[in-house]
Design a protein around this ligand. Structure first.
Ligand code: COA
Length: 255
């Protein structure tokens, strides 16, 4: 069962993602709950900063591959309808519109990396692993790629996606995903959120407007989502997910 737990502290809130049996994979239930909580938090003036973390000492293992398998038989129109949650969840930081600090442990893979890169500050445990393994499964990380690119630039993001390299926290810090490495990323992220919540609320709002006004090009998620729908119609995605589950090498069919 997946769920989102929100704890309100003094001036800030902590959002926990939890999907224990699947390494906190982002299923549609979790994604929808994240969007709903983001909207609630955006309206709550008592919350001036947010910590995003995963339960069970893991941040997030990306999209739910069981839902991917189930989605292989869906038609384009159903995929299009699902975009509301599948794609919108990565806008959660934009929806919150307050500083968001990710506390990452274990793994931040695929969508987990996308979420981390969409936040303002990432605090990582020394052991946390980051990467975009999607191409090994037969799909490009369409939706999250722009967020990773925003954090590390196009060349590093392209290399990460193409090589599917899983990098450690030190490398993630070197290329700009991680701001700080801490033995207790959760406590450190909470301390930063508390400190941010202590500045003038009026000036903090202006600060967010200033930062957002410099956020570069608006992500063209509609075109990327369209490519994702085309990819979902390929046999090779089924081959890739099946190989992941059986822990074998995929035998691509090229279609
Ligand atoms: N979606 C659905 N289930 C997932 C999942 C995901 N993204 N990631 C992990 N799981 C499930 C596994 O299928 C396994 O289920 P089982 O116990 O029923 O066999 C369980 O979580 C534990 O995973 P396992 O791979 O055995 O754990 P691990 O500690 O050896 O490895 C990961 C952890 C995160 C490195 C590994 O699970 C992984 O690579 N996950 C997929 C990451 C990915 O490709 N993300 C992009 C998706 S588009």
């Amino acid at each position: 069962m997946s769920e989102v737990i929100v704890e309100k502290c003094n001036g800030y809130a902590v959002i926990f993602m939890s999907n224990k049996k699947k390494r906190n994979a982002l299923d549609s239930e979790l994604s929808k709950a994240l969007i709903d909580k983001a909207e609630e938090i955006s309206r709550d003036d008592d919350i001036r900063a947010v910590v995003l973390a995963g339960k069970n000492h893991i941040f997030c293992a990306g999209a739910d591959l069981d839902e991917f398998s189930a989605a292989l038989t869906k038609d384009a129109l159903s995929h299009y309808k699902n975009m509301e949650t599948d794609v919108k969840v990565f806008d959660m930081v934009e929806i919150i519109n307050k500083p968001v600090i990710a506390a990452v442990e274990g793994y931040a893979l695929g969508g987990g990396l996308g979420l981390a890169c969409s936040t303002h500050i990432v605090i990582s445990s020394p052991e946390c692993k980051f990467g975009m393994p999607e191409l090994s499964l037969g799909i490009f990380p369409y939706v999250i790629f722009p967020y990773v690119m925003g954090a590390v630039g196009k060349r590093e993001a392209t290399a990460l996606a193409l090589t599917r390299k899983i990098i450690d926290a030190a490398e993630a810090k070197r290329i700009g995903i991680v701001y700080e490495i801490s033995d207790n990323p959760f406590l450190r992220a909470k301390a930063i959120a508390k400190s941010i919540a202590s500045v003038s609320p009026a000036v903090l709002k202006l600060s967010m407007d200033a930062i957002n006004s410099l956020s570069g090009e608006k992500i063209n998620s509609k075109y990327l989502s369209l490519l994702r729908i085309v990819n979902f119609a390929s046999e090779d995605l089924e081959v890739g997910i099946d190989a992941f589950k059986k822990k074998i090498k995929p035998e691509w069919r090229g279609k």
